[in-house]
Write a protein that binds this ligand. Structure first.
Ligand code: GLN
Length: 499
């Protein structure tokens, strides 16, 4: 086995026993990136020099008997999380050369725990998208089929984990952006409860929905990463001062008597591919065999989530993105006559078409005369969506559903159809609107060999139960052990192969 193929927990054992060094591990990952990333496009920036320096520091810490929760572990970070001295682009022309003067709260935590940041992962511009096709800085391909999208917006993070170009990655999730790419790339992804992880230094898309979380090769690694990044940060006014449990300790393969809610509105929903539905049903069967009890539940406001999200998220985005005006930082179209003309031209050239669409949608929804009908009404329905979950969790412990309605689609297939693209989020948006945690675990494959994820949603701050269910599922199957055939001689044959 190559070092870059290791899981975090396997690498930790070897590091602790000094059978490998953090420098060897980091070198192996950097070598893998050099070999593989021209085919995948998962990284925007590879931070070779600083990664090796961090790995050397990790080796010193280990030899002195110290170290933290992630000492010497090479990780990728989505390129909208600020890293001091390391370019943070949000995959946008407007921030293409932005080098943050400070680290995000989660980056401080990663460094405090001894992690190695190998690079910044590609994404949809400002995290707006479900396919990574909105990146202004290059295409990202799905390691399972290079002609397909990896999902989005944390597509680079998911692809990097799936192709062994890091041991784990950070992503962000505003409406599904960790869970959906995790599902499409066959890795584990967790959107924590709103307030569980600091958003300080996360470039804001929709502040009331955004949350940072881990993408990992298995549930054990996901728990380890969450333990490292979770916790209060006084610089994020919505971070919740709750003690952080040891998420690793929650991993018992025992789910006897666990009550699983299956939302009537999700199953058989129009747009849900029969192939995905049947894989999900089988996975639910596995959980039942392990002693879980399934029950039908209702989330009566589910039909409104797409409309509500696509009013609230663009409204918040239109306000958050007003700061990119070419004055203080980022791209400026200089040489324009007058301030207004400079603003107009900078923003027209600096933002891609989807970001401009969202700014226009949001500005419209917030404008005088329309505010009550759109943003105001959406906020009211959002409250009802939260109430649906509160009521559901009175009778069940977790809610299980598909992550995405279809397996990964082909690059280019939906680019001219924003509505279809928006509908790919129907099962993930509600967790963000309600602020609850959601986990995606690989649970099977389509007929064409594409990974399919199972979504497990839980009550506020109950990540432990989600991880326990995910872990139990993992113990009962070997889905998470399958890898894309990138190294096989015919690996490239999959590209463009008709299905
Ligand atoms: N696909 C959704 C959107 O485009 C969600 C993105 C996200 O979670 N960042 O808004």
């Amino acid at each position: 086995m190559k070092l870059y193929e290791l899981t975090i927990h396997a690498a930790q054992d070897l590091l602790k026993r000094r059978e490998i060094s953090a420098v060897d591990l980091t070198r192996s990952v950097l070598e893998r990136i050099r070999e593989m990333d021209s085919r995948i496009g998962a990284y925007i920036t590879v931070a070779e020099t600083s990664a090796l320096a961090q790995a050397e520091a990790a080796d010193r810490a280990i030899s002195e008997g110290g170290g933290g929760m992630l000492t010497g572990i090479p990780l990728a970070v989505k390129d909208l999380i600020c890293t001091r001295g390391l370019r943070t682009t949000c995959a946008s022309r407007i921030l293409e050369n932005f080098v943050p003067p400070y680290d995000a709260g989660v980056i401080e935590r990663l460094h405090a725990e001894g992690a190695v940041v190998v690079g910044k992962a590609n994404m949809d511009e400002f995290a707006m998208g479900s396919s990574n096709e909105n990146s202004a800085l290059g295409v990202t391909r799905n390691p399972w089929d290079l002609s397909r999208i990896p999902g989005g917006s944390s597509g680079g993070s998911a692809a990097a984990v799936a192709a062994d170009m890091c041991l784990g990655a950070l992503g962000s999730d505003t409406g599904g952006s960790i869970r959906q790419p995790a599902s499409h790339c066959g890795v584990v992804g967790l959107k924590p409860t709103y307030g569980r992880v600091s958003r300080y230094g996360l470039v804001a898309f929709a502040s009331s929905l955004d949350q940072i979380g881990p993408l990992a090769k298995d549930v054990t690694d996901c728990a380890a990463m969450l333990s490292a990044i979770a916790g209060y940060d006084r610089r994020d006014s919505t971070a919740v001062p709750k003690p952080v449990p040891d998420y690793g300790a929650a991993l018992r393969a025992d789910i006897k008597g666990l009550r699983i809610g299956l939302p009537r509105e999700y199953y058989g929903a129009s747009g849900l591919s029969p192939e995905v539905e049947s894989v999900i049903q089988k996975a639910v069967g596995v959980l039942e065999e392990m002693g879980a009890r399934c029950m039908e539940i209702s989330l009566p406001h589910a039909p409104y989530v797409v409309a509500v999200y696509y009013l609230i998220a663009p409204s918040e985005a239109s306000s958050n993105l007003a700061r990119y005006d070419g004055v203080k930082y980022g791209f400026r179209d200089a040489g324009r006559e007058g301030l207004l003309e400079m603003y107009r031209s900078t923003r027209s050239k600096g933002f891609g078409p989807e970001v401009q669409r969202r700014i226009i949608l949001g500005t419209y929804a917030l404008s005088a005369g329309y505010y009550d009908a759109y943003y105001g009404k959406a906020s009211q329905v959002r409250t009802l969506i939260g109430q649906d979950f509160r009521e559901a969790f009175e009778s069940c412990d977790v809610i299980v559903s598909p992550v995405a309605p279809t397996p990964a689609f082909r690059i280019g297939e939906n680019v001219d159809d924003p509505l279809t693209m928006y509908l790919s989020d129907i099962f993930t948006l509600s967790a963000n609107l309600a602020g609850i945690p959601g986990l995606s675990v690989p649970c099977g494959f389509s007929g064409g060999g594409l990974p399919i994820g199972l979504q497990i949603m839980g009550n506020h701050f109950d990540e432990e139960t989600l991880l326990r269910v995910g872990y139990a599922f993992e113990q009962a199957t070997d889905v998470h052990l399958r890898k894309p055939a990138l190294d096989a001689p015919d690996g490239m044959d999959r590209q463009g192969d008709p299905e």
